[in-house]
Design a protein around this ligand. Sequence first.
Ligand SMILES: Cc1ncc(COP(=O)(O)O)c(C=O)c1O
Length: 415
Amino acid sequence: MEFSLAYAQAQETAHTKGCLREAFIFPQHQGQDALYFLGNSLGLPCVAAQTALQRVSDQWAAHGVEGFFDAQPPWWDLETQAAEQLSPWVGAAPKSIAVLNALTVNLQFLLLHFYRPTPQRYKIIMEEKAFPSDQYLVQSQLEFHGKNPKTDCIEVPRSGHHWDTTSFLEAIEQHGEDTAILFLSGVNYYNGQKFDLETITAAAQKKGILVGLDLAHAVGNIPLELERWNVDFAAWCSYKYLNGGPGSLGGIYINEKHLSTSSPSFKGWWGVKREARFAMSPEFEGTSEASSWHQSTPSILALAPLCAALETRNQITPKDYFKRQHALTSFLAYVLTQVAQKTASQFEIITPTDRGAQLTVLLHGQGKTVYDRLLAQGVYVDWREPNAIRMAPTALYNTFGEIYEFANRLEKALA
Ligand SMILES: Cc1ncc(COP(=O)(O)O)c(C=O)c1O
């Protein structure tokens, strides 16, 4: 690797297939596109998503409620489209996927269904320092069932700044007989580490443990093969790497083996099969598809731009996208070490090489001033007290040239 604009340009040419920059809209800084490296927080809008939002608004005015059937495409069809569009990015058949509600809500429903503690099996294993929502939801699920979060939630510790796969395997070995659920993120929100989901899932299931995932930081960020890994259930949000828009709908995956053997424990009218939805029957007529997990009418104002963003994304293949993603973040890691050397700064990249787009950097001794100076130069990264900066360039719309430019602005911020 080389810290030069020529190298950045050569990389851009080599990885051009994974990028759709022209399709996206950027925040502006002094009349130019800002350097936006926040795929891990809120992905940028694409032109097609803005068009879809306006289209739905016009259709609402033109058709009223008939928009569900008469709009083009009918609003009624959007949830099926979204599941189809997500399929290659989560590695599962559309029937195992549904787009609904929001992430934490979906995880609560999934755990209400799948976490059935018995006197023999009642513990939940998770990574320590998971995203707070995950900690709260595991605590609340345990308490809801009269369990004690202090003893019945097994938190797998890190070694230094990251987790070793063996630590998960040891926890599974030690608590395998009395654990009901292993609940893990696909990529940890703080250090950006990608977990070995295939190995951990297989080890847990060997002990009779169900495996559930929070994929907020994984979907659209790392290759996922939920079906092949035999994951039991998962949920994600669509506002980070999927560019669905702020507070956009969540998504769920339910393994086919559970779809064919049980219907959702909590039912709502939108989960009834489409042909029967307006029969208003007192009997719940579901299907053996994840769409039966719908409770409520989906927000079309959220679904339409999400479908447009997914359609945009599907103009490239996951293979090209992840190849470019890997090259972009590797280049970012490299330029960070070069800048640290040049400026004699104390950066520490705590993200291991098992990762997606995100790098988390500890700025020893410099802290928030550097972040503030970056923001003042039109660089969007994310600050976590007391000294962490998280950044995630995104293959869809960030370039190698931007990373080179970021290095220049970082040097200035450190001066
Ligand atoms: C890992 C993780 N889990 C859960 C959430 C909460 O998502 P929501 O507010 O959409 O429920 C987030 C939000 O960023 C997250 O990063």
